[in-house]
Design a protein around this ligand. Sequence first.
Ligand code: PSU
Ligand code: MN
Length: 349
Amino acid sequence: ASSSSSSSAAFSRLSNLRKHLHPSHFDKGGVGSIKISPEVSDALSNGRAVVALESTIISHGMPYPKNLETAKEVEAVVRDNGAVPATVAILDGVPCIGLSMEELEKLANLGHKAQKTARRDIAHVVATRGNGATTVSATMFFASRVGIPLFVTGGIGGVHRHGEHTMDISSDLTELGRTPVAVISAGVKSILDIPRTLEYLETQGVCVAAYRTNEFPAFFTETSGCKVPCRVDTPEDCAQLIGKLQINLSFFLVIIYANLKLELGGGILIAVPIPKEHSASGSLIESAIQRALDEARDKNIIGNDATPFLLKRVNELTGGASLASNIALVKNNALVGAKVAVALAKTRE
Ligand code: PSU
Ligand code: MN
């Protein structure tokens, strides 16, 4: 009873607020409505596997036209493995879950003209009818909002180097602490402070699990020198626990299940190391990262411009080598993610 009375109080406050606003703002499809594509909507209502995908990686993470090509290929990998891709973006102020080809193309063409949209930016982009490319934090928010438990990306944001002074800590980490979505990534790039990123994830109470490795992966390379808190080793007994599910993914499912069942409330970070054959030369990339970091410091590039600048410069400085690795690992994550999503959907059958 107390929850219904508090929600009716909230509702009446909202109604009062609405009286002061122009009614057209609250027309169906107006400010604050979310558009779900027919394919995603159908999958969600039939309990089929859905994988959420972010869009900052398209607009700010890769150059045109590789960004568009990759976005299409990643969606194809998800589909080929039995799940429905739901790329998330805000178009003309409307949060969209699942994009058409034309919408993907629009976003890829906009590139940096799209607004990089983290959680804090969502209301502003919606209110100004802007075009927003969602980061990990905003994509997690929307995935959870419409009931998608799994999200695939390349790399997440983290604690920036010297973050102990700048306090530049990606809202991806706090989102993982508050939103129950499992995020599959290849770890974090060494443009960031990886040990502090793991410390902060611990502070946020986020379960960090890595796939078949003792070390948290560093995006372009399999190793970071940091031990992963939870190694996932595909134990057969876990497969038995949940019957018909694929053995090598079963432990993830048990973790995701335990997290949801206990209502821990936060997310899970599943780190899948880049496949060996695609892992770029560590020292080549490391020197490009060092140079990009120096340039960012000299140009005083800070705040939410830092990550896109560093990604762009590392891509340029490695002459496309880092981009090729980046594309390969995102597709590998999509493969793992689609399989986990399909297995998750089976638990609901
Ligand atoms: N790391 C990458 N590629 C990316 C990003 C991070 O290797 O595209 C993007 C993601 O959208 C991530 C965001 O959520 O950058 C983090 O930005 P910031 O550090 O400003 O929180
Ligand atoms: Mn930041």
